[in-house]
Design a protein around this ligand. Structure first.
Ligand SMILES: [Zn+2]
Length: 106
């Protein structure tokens, strides 16, 4: 599926308190926000390098436990590495494990 077609998919800026705001044109983005392919919740994936802003000092790390390497600056060409394994440490196991590559989510 295309990242652009996933409900609520948007770039976001993360504040030092961990809150975040949408940045539709990606300027100032620290992360991507989108509905998880499992359909039960949303994911906030912090990446680096950030887009036209300094790295956030909190929030991203505390929420995701790590950062992904980014290329691309739009929902149509975004690539994050390595793979994204959501809830991999929960008792129920991972709900989604996949890739965002050139705007494709699989
Ligand atoms: Zn999920």
């Amino acid at each position: 599926m295309k990242l652009r077609d996933i409900p609520d998919a948007t770039f976001v800026a993360i504040d030092v308190d961990g809150s975040f705001t949408r940045v539709p044109d990606a300027k100032g983005a620290h992360a991507i926000w989108f509905q998880c392919p499992c359909g039960k919740h949303h994911n906030l994936i912090a990446f680096e390098p950030t887009i036209d802003t300094e790295p956030t000092t909190r929030g991203g790390l505390s929420r995701t436990g790590g950062r992904w390497q980014r290329t691309g600056t739009t929902l149509d060409d975004l690539t994050l590495t390595p793979s994204i394994d959501v809830n991999s440490t929960s008792p129920g196991g991972s709900c989604w494990h996949g890739f965002i590559t050139n705007g494709d989510v699989r």
